[in-house]
Every structure is written in C-alpha cells, then in structure tokens.
Design a protein around this ligand. Structure first.
Ligand code: SAH
Length: 254
C-alpha cells in the first residue's frame, strides 16, 4: 500500500498560525519535506523518529530541483510512508503545490491538501490592513512579481480592475512593476505598503506611495521575503495594531 502525501500549509511565520489539522497530521507523519520559508519551530510537532528533509528553494540561492523533490515524495509514498510536504503560507498560493499535486497524480499517489494561512493576507493583516474593504476596493488580486515567460502579468488590466494588488515575490522587480502601473495610469500617490517577515518577530514594514515605496524600502533595508500591497486599503496600516508606532510612513516623501 502506498502512503499518502499531505500538501500542507505552515502559515506565514508565526508558529501559532498553523491549523489544528496540520498539527495533528504533522505529529503522525513519517517523512516531512520542508520548504525554507517554514518556521523551523513548527518541527517541534513532528515525531522524534520522523525523517525531516530540507528542500528549500529561495530565489537566487542554491535550490533543490523540483524534479528531485517529486522523486523523494514518490519514493517515500511508494515505501508506504505518510509524507508531509510542508510549505510556507498556503500550499496552493504560489507554492508549486499545484505542480506537486499533478506529479503525484501521474505517479498514482493520493494527495490531501491541508490549507494554510497565506502571507498575502496575514502580513498586511498584521499591520491592520484588510486586503478587501468595501469602501476602498471591490476585491483583491494576488499576483506574482516573478512571472514565467508566456504567463506575464497584465499590469494595465490590474490597474483598470481597481482591486487591491497583493504582490508576492515582488521585491526585485518592484521598479519595473511600478513603472508599468504608472504607465497604465495609476496615481503616483496611491498608497503602497511593504511587509517583510510578516507575523515573525523580525517583521519590518513601511507605508509609502506607489512612487516612493522602492526608495523607502531601500532606506529602511526592507527586502525579501516581503509582501507588497498597492491600493487604498494600505492607508489603514496602524489602525488595527496594538503598537501603531511601529509603522514607518513615507507617504509624503516626494
Ligand atoms: N505559499 C506562500 C507563498 C510562497 S511564494 C504563501 O501562501 O504565503 C514566496 C513569497 O511569499 C515571498 O517571496 C514573499 O513575497 C511571500 N512571503 C512568504 N512569507 C512571508 C512573510 N512571512 N512575510 C512577507 N512575505 C512573505
């Protein structure tokens, strides 16, 4: 009998932002393959004899090839092991969870998805920013700043949508994204927020405008991993926080 693969979300960083279901399954897992945005503290839920493998892949760094990860998952499941594939945030939000599910399907291995709290909602929320708010935006668009050739983001269409933009993996490409949003007619004074290491004790954030965000991030040394939020909802930063003084505002920097 093959084991089962759990494509599991570890949440955005705060070790309490994992689901009860994820913890229960982690406790019983025999093999755990862990991405590098997963808080290592979560592994305290693993059993002492679980085999834990780090298979992280950070942009620009040495990374484990996706085919190797698939192979490890298939081998362990075929050996009858129950396998947790633990990913930061939610496994189906820019986490290659979909690709892994397809690969397991091709190999005839059962997959169960265990949803997690995604950074694109939790990082803004940690500074009091709701990604939707009916007075400010009719919806939200989750988008990558790092798109594949052939699947490029149509930034002009996103400007026209009036939705809040929540950008994952957008630190390196931010100047280009901003240029495209401006070219499509978005106001240079549109509110823009970056949150690095959201929900972790190392969290840093800066509230600026579309035209000032990039320089504000450089000035405050805010880099990857960060979520960028562009839209009027960003102005709510601080309201829902216990210590609003932690927000750095660059909204009026020309
Ligand atoms: N599956 C993950 C996203 C993986 S893509 C999720 O649902 O959250 C990796 C990107 O997620 C990073 O480049 C960054 O943009 C974002 N990210 C992940 N954790 C983050 C955190 N704690 N704070 C800010 N951004 C984070």
């Amino acid at each position: 009998m093959n084991g089962k693969i759990y494509l599991m979300g570890a949440g955005p960083g705060d070790p309490e932002l994992i689901t009860l279901k994820a913890v229960r399954i982690l406790q019983a897992a025999e093999v755990i393959l862990v991405d590098d945005l997963v808080n290592p503290l979560l592994l305290r839920h693993a059993s002492a004899d679980a085999r834990i493998m780090a298979v992280g892949k950070r942009g620009g760094c040495k990374s484990t090839p996706q085919a190797f990860i698939h192979k490890q998952m298939i081998q362990a499941a075929r050996a009858g092991k129950d396998v947790v594939r633990l990913k930061g945030g939610d496994p189906f939000m820019f986490g290659r969870g979909g690709e892994e599910m397809e690969a397991m399907h091709r190999a005839g291995i059962a997959v169960e998805v265990v949803s997690g709290v995604t950074a694109g909602i939790a990082a803004p929320a940690s500074v009091g920013v709701p990604v939707t708010h009916r007075n400010y935006a009719p919806g939200v668009t989750f988008v990558t700043g790092h798109s594949q050739d052939g699947k490029r983001v149509n930034w002009a269409a996103l400007v026209a949508s009036l939705t809040t933009l929540v950008i994952y993996m957008g630190v390196k490409t931010l100047p280009d994204i901003v240029a495209q949003l401006l070219a499509a007619g978005m106001s240079p004074h549109m509110s823009a927020l970056a949150v690095q290491n959201g929900t972790l004790s190392e969290q840093r954030q800066v509230l600026a405008t579309l035209e000032t965000l990039h320089s504000a991030m450089i000035e405050k040394h805010i880099g990857s991993p960060a979520i960028v939020v562009i839209g009027e909802v960003a102005d709510l930063a601080g309201i829902g926080m216990t210590s609003a003084a932690d927000i750095e505002t660059f909204a009026h920097v020309a």
